[in-house]
Design a binder for this molecule. Structure first.
Ligand code: PGA
Length: 237
């Protein structure tokens, strides 16, 4: 079960954490947060959520608000994951509202952007990602923009075993960085971390993370593999 896996994972991560210069954030399902909170207390690992509601309070049964995330001591939250965009009707506008309300509570949003295979094949991938990015960051002040992390996750690479090539990923990250200069400033653009996500594993992490514009990885399936995640973490250090 999840509890056992989380415990084993934390044990496997300990030696890596001592040497890795990388920052490690775990974003588990809500049901595991309490348990992971106990396991990670006092360690360099931070916790994040996979989703949040954009309102602080009100009659929204079943939703979890930014103040509720704060009660768990969460510092991070993923927003606009492609599955939430495609399956749960999360629009660019909602992604922006979620990011803004997280930032009001000093929780750093990890904003996911990425194109479908169809969009890439039609040559529209850069337009799609630019639009998603602009929507998410418009209206935020420079201090808040600096706290955002962008995760480029081409949808065709998520959970498919098919990664973007290091060059494809680096190119898109370069575009995101240039867009950040437009939206904000050179300084902010150089400080914002841009992660790559989509079938990252122990075998391909070094190549991807070795690219100049790739600052880190958002790892899905491989983060549940006991030996794989520590070695990805080491590659990021
Ligand atoms: P994956 O998932 O690493 O299994 O492709 C990435 C994600 O869900 O963001």
């Amino acid at each position: 079960g999840g509890r056992e896996l989380a415990g084993q994972m934390m044990d496997a991560l300990q030696p890596v954490l001592v040497f890795a210069a990388a920052e490690v954030v775990i974003c588990p399902p809500f049901t595991l947060l309490q348990h992971l909170w106990e396991l990670t207390e006092g360690s360099p690992v931070s916790l994040g959520a996979q989703n949040v509601y954009h309102q602080n309070s009100g009659a929204f049964t079943g939703e979890v608000s930014p103040p509720m995330l704060l009660e768990w001591g969460l510092k991070w939250c993923i927003v606009g994951h492609s599955e939430r965009r495609s399956l749960c009707g999360e629009t660019d506008d909602l992604v922006r509202q979620k990011a803004a309300s997280l930032l009001q509570h000093d929780i750093q949003p990890i904003i996911c952007v990425g194109e479908t295979l169809e969009q890439r094949e039609a040559g529209k991938h850069e337009d799609v990602v630019t639009r998603q990015l602009r929507h998410a960051l418009t209206g935020l002040n420079a201090d808040d923009q600096r706290l955002c992390v962008i995760a480029y996750e081409p949808i065709w690479a998520i959970g498919t075993g098919k990664t973007a090539s290091p060059d494809q990923a680096n190119k898109m990250h370069g575009l995101i960085r240039r867009e950040l200069v437009e939206l904000s400033s050179e300084r902010i653009a150089s400080e914002v971390r841009i992660l790559y996500g989509g079938s990252v594993n122990a075998a391909n992490a070094k190549d991807l993370l070795g690219q100049p514009e790739i600052d880190g990885a958002l790892v899905g399936g491989a983060s549940l593999k006991i030996h794989e995640f520590p070695s990805i973490t080491a590659a990021a250090g």
